[in-house]
Write a protein that binds this ligand. Structure first.
Ligand code: CU
Length: 474
């Protein structure tokens, strides 16, 4: 009896084992768009989208690299796919800095004479009237500078090469929005690398987060004062993006050879320090990081191999970071290597434009998994203009299912860094057919300007983004 029973159970184990092997041997089940998202086909574009901006009109402005920067910027309508041409600013804005002013105009600083030689020119582009306005020149050229918006709507412009390789513009200048002139930050002279990863912190100071390991705070009062900050852990992260999300800065990859490591600092803390977070599944440099309506971060493109812009080691699989769970998820792969001179941009419909590269005159659009998880919440009415420290009402038939309300500043991206995007999660209470929403606590949290407002439901599905202008309050 015993032997028979044992034989039977052995046979069962063997059978189960065979079934197990059969299951393992089956080809992997195709993953659905609800799990991994979906890419569009490749669209041919007239230039490489190396400088890419979401305008307050909901359209996308982009301009190309090198010689293409001598041609007019282009306009793309994400709804109709129509491509158009915008007025030429009068000089080559390739390698400029850029950010949006409180009134929705784009401030473009510096530009391209030749590699490592920058222009001192600055201009405003008005997306509503589609025209350029020249500003007074800066004191010297800037090739690869960063714009950082301050709480009152002024903009600090920092770094960039002037007349040759390694010859940096060490004088930060503050664009005074009220007068359209510059204030030289003469007590804040500092040599910094290309396109400093810099953010307005909740304490009102600017925080220099990278790409060097040494971090600093800048008080922008008067002519400026630097303060030491906590150094990040990994080291230099050249061509790695940094994003600002509810007062926390995340550094994602970068460096040469590239790293998969991710670090976070919470600038809301009294004595903030950097901590390693879950790494990406793949090392990357020359990639982009895009803030999404549900508070996750989409990383696209880049190269996993060493070297400046290694096309032979493309990363085609995007990854989605969820800060709430500190975890990453690999998504559907795209077709084209997006490295140096590529950009990525959140569109109002929740999709992400991924475009450009070195002599890559085309674009793809990624639909994240959240677009395949059921009906989208809708917004029936909301104010166009919101002041910090107030409450406001949003009419929505989906109030009962809303779990998150976010504001995302319009993207303005180049060279693996978006100088304008930031995400703010807003507090709210549910009513019947409406939400009562708390505006950002201050202009340090949300500097004045245009943001997309999104409602997100209990299935993680975002509404269409609605443009809201945050005003400056004293
Ligand atoms: Cu470049």
């Amino acid at each position: 009896m015993m032997a028979t029973r044992e034989t039977l159970s052995r046979a069962r184990v063997l059978a189960l084992g065979l079934i197990g092997c059969a299951v393992l041997a089956l080809p992997a089940r195709a993953q659905t768009p609800a799990e991994v998202g979906q890419w569009s086909g490749v669209m041919s574009w007239p230039v490489s989208a190396t400088h890419t901006h979401l305008l307050p009109t909901g359209k996308v402005m982009f301009s190309g690299e090198f010689a293409q920067g001598d041609t007019p910027p282009r306009l793309w309508d994400p709804t109709t796919q129509a491509l158009g041409t915008l007025p030429f600013p009068g000089y080559n804005t390739f390698c400029a800095g850029h950010s949006f002013l409180a009134d929705g105009r784009l401030l473009v600083t510096g530009g391209h004479v030749e590699s490592h030689v920058g222009l001192e020119d600055a201009s405003l582009f008005d997306p509503f009237g589609s025209r350029w306005t020249r500003l007074p020149d800066m004191t010297a050229g800037r090739w690869y500078p960063t714009n950082v918006t301050l709480a009152n709507g002024d903009v600090l412009v920092i770094s960039g090469e002037t007349v040759g390789s390694g010859i940096m513009n060490e004088l930060p200048q503050r664009y005074l929005a009220s007068s359209g002139t510059w204030r030289d930050m003469t007590s804040a002279r500092l040599k910094l690398p290309y396109y400093p990863r810099m953010f307005l912190a909740p304490n009102g100071r600017l925080f220099l987060a990278g790409p060097s390991r040494t971090c600093r705070f800048l008080d922008t009062g008067g002519t400026g004062t630097w303060f030491p900050g906590p150094s990040s852990n990994f080291g230099a992260r050249s061509y790695g993006p940094a994003v600002l999300l509810d007062g926390k800065v995340f550094l994602m990859g970068g460096g040469d050879p590239p790293t998969a490591s991710v670090e976070r600092i919470d600038l809301n803390a009294t004595s903030p320090t950097w901590s390693y977070m879950a790494p990406m599944s793949t090392a990357r440099r020359q990639h982009n990081a895009t803030l999404l309506p549900d508070g996750t971060v989409l990383v696209t493109g880049g190269s996993y191999g060493g070297g400046f812009d290694n096309k032979s080691t493309p990363v085609l699989v995007p990854e989605l970071y969820n800060p709430a769970t500190n975890s990453w998820r690999r998504l559907a792969r795209n077709s084209v290597y997006r490295g140096y001179h590529s950009t990525a941009l959140l569109l109002p419909d929740g999709r992400v434009l991924s475009a450009g590269g070195r002599n890559v005159n085309n674009a793809e659009i990624f639909s994240p998994p959240y677009l395949f998880k059921g009906a989208r919440p809708t917004v029936s009415a909301l104010p166009d203009v919101v002041a910090p420290r107030t409450t406001f009402s949003i009419a929505t038939p989906d109030a009962g299912r809303v779990t998150k309300v976010t504001l995302i500043a319009l993207g303005s991206v180049t060279h693996a860094f978006d100088q304008n995007q930031r995400l703010i999660t807003l507090g709210f209470t549910r009513g019947s057919g409406s939400l009562t929403v708390q505006a950002p606590a201050s202009n340090n949290v949300a500097p004045p300007g245009y943001y997309q407002l999104f409602l997100v439901n209990d299935a993680g599905v975002p509404s269409i983004g609605r443009m809201v202008r945050i005003t400056a309050v004293p």
